[in-house]
Design a protein around this ligand. Structure first.
Ligand code: GLC
Length: 455
């Protein structure tokens, strides 16, 4: 094993968290000077790449313990005064207090302790993706069939399928309810949530017991929502030069079923950069879509998950890959992968982030480069037949991460600088590099984990 990879394993293994003598997860960062206290917690989304590494290494125990523990944490959620609680979502993270072996306790954070007090909508979906990968790799069907696990899956489907004043098949969520967990103007119907929603529905359909008559109606509903969701996202989120041409000439204020511009998108809202930026033959799924609102920014994780789970069709996959190839400097630069492009600056930044000092232009969520996004990039690139790009991105990361002490993120238009307030020894930066190496060595591993196509 190369020196960089063995260092990555050290970072990952030192992050293990124990509860009552059993490994149950990994902390987000092992940096004693981390910028916030909760980096010492185990985040559900951060554990995803770590769990895939453990599974591929045959270390099933820690993943099973994590799945079981997170399921029990839903009971810790307290009802806010004056609210009628939804079926419970899963926490963003949990922390174990006390000494191993003697009276330990687990405390979950449902956004009630988080800096921005936001509900982590993506957690329950990542939990399902981890559960599905666990079942596929370990073959432990018995865990999935256990009544409490079936109940958990049912609850997640219930929350997702419930009507919330909506007329779209997509999910409506607050700003900052996913990987980007600070205000970034991403409220509404962000692509990342829709892509995870698609994955969650397809996994829910697969894992809910087909022979249980109580599940039949839910499974049918899940299947039809999935179909409508996929059709809607492919059609309305897709952006390529041809579509842009149409939107530039859209009529507005047209009433009725057959309107060409059903969401009443105003051509004047197309940002200047978008017109010249999009190369021929390339395209992407836009960041967000709602009434009179199309967020033209490119969000990498949403696009990559859409490619992996078949939300993007084959032509769209090709178009997105071509965009990465032709806009490599913007989207990969010197450290894979840019979280979103372009950054918000000036008045837009002030209004939409609330003058967030961490999300300044080309830093952190606002256009920073995140090593944690290497693994979905490599998985998606391999799936699209672009081993060359997967390999190129890996080289960039492996040559810098160990020397830079595994930073959480990088700053600057091309990611040249270590993030101003980035932690060192960020667990998912290390796990992502290991996973990328594993995928390059054995591309079938992506499939084995269930990270390709809708089942
Ligand atoms: C930051 C990231 C979030 C991540 C957490 C722990 O809050 O925005 O996505 O889960 O750090 O690493």
């Amino acid at each position: 094993m190369s020196d960089a990879l063995s260092q990555a394993y050290d970072v990952l293994n030192q992050a293990r968290v124990n509860f009552e003598g059993r490994a149950v997860g990994t902390i987000a960062s092992n940096d004693p000077n981390a910028s916030a206290d909760n980096y010492a917690e185990c985040f559900v989304r951060d554990f995803a790449p770590a769990s895939f590494v453990f599974l591929l290494d045959g270390d099933f125990e820690i993943v099973r313990n994590f799945i079981e523990l997170v399921l029990t944490l839903r009971d810790q959620q307290v009802e806010e005064e004056g609210h009628q609680m939804l079926p419970r979502v899963m926490p963003a993270s949990f922390r174990v207090s006390g000494r191993d072996g003697g009276g330990q306790q687990v405390h979950a954070d449902f956004g009630d302790r988080a800096i921005g007090r936001v509900a982590p909508v993506d957690s329950m979906m990542w939990w399902l993706v981890i559960l599905s990968a666990y079942r596929r790799v370990s073959g432990d069907d018995a865990l999935v069939r256990r009544p409490e696990v079936q109940h958990g899956i049912r609850m997640i489907m219930d929350i997702c399928l419930r009507d919330h004043f909506e007329v779209f098949p997509t999910l409506l969520v607050p700003d900052a309810s996913f990987m980007i967990d600070r205000r970034m103007g991403v409220y509404g119907h962000p692509l990342e949530i829709q892509a995870l929603f698609c994955a969650a529905l397809s996994i829910g359909h697969k894992l809910l017991a087909a022979d249980d008559p109580g599940c039949r109606a839910v499974r049918e509903q899940v299947a039809s929502r999935l179909q409508i969701l996929v059709k809607y996202v492919r059609r309305f989120y897709w952006m390529d030069p041809e579509r842009l041409n149409k939107i530039r000439r859209y009529p507005t204020e047209v009433f009725g079923q057959d309107s060409k511009n059903q969401l009443n998108i105003n051509p004047a809202s197309i940002p200047e950069w978008a017109v010249e930026w999009l190369p021929d033959e390339a395209g992407y799924l836009v960041g967000n879509l709602g009434p009179e609102r199309m967020d033209f920014r490119f969000f990498s994780l949403g696009n990559l998950i859409s490619m992996m789970f078949g939300l993007a069709d084959n032509n769209q996959v090709k178009g997105i890959m071509r965009l990465f190839e032709t806009r490599w400097e913007n989207l990969i630069g010197t450290m894979p992968v840019k979280i979103c492009y372009p950054a918000m600056e000036g008045q837009e930044w002030r209004l939409l982030t609330g003058s967030d000092q961490k999300n300044t232009p080309w830093s952190y969520h606002n256009g920073g480069n995140w090593p944690a996004l290497l693994w979905p990039f490599v998985a998606a690139a391999l799936g699209a037949g672009h081993e060359d790009l997967a390999q190129r991105s890996y080289e960039l990361a492996v040559n810098r991460l160990p020397g830079d002490r595994w930073p959480e993120y990088y700053d600057g238009r091309t990611g040249r600088f270590i993030g101003r307030r980035a932690n060192d020894f960020q667990t998912w930066s290390a796990a992502s590099l290991i996973l990328a190496r594993k995928f390059l060595d054995d591309p079938d591993a992506v499939q084995r984990l269930g990270l390709r196509g809708i089942d």
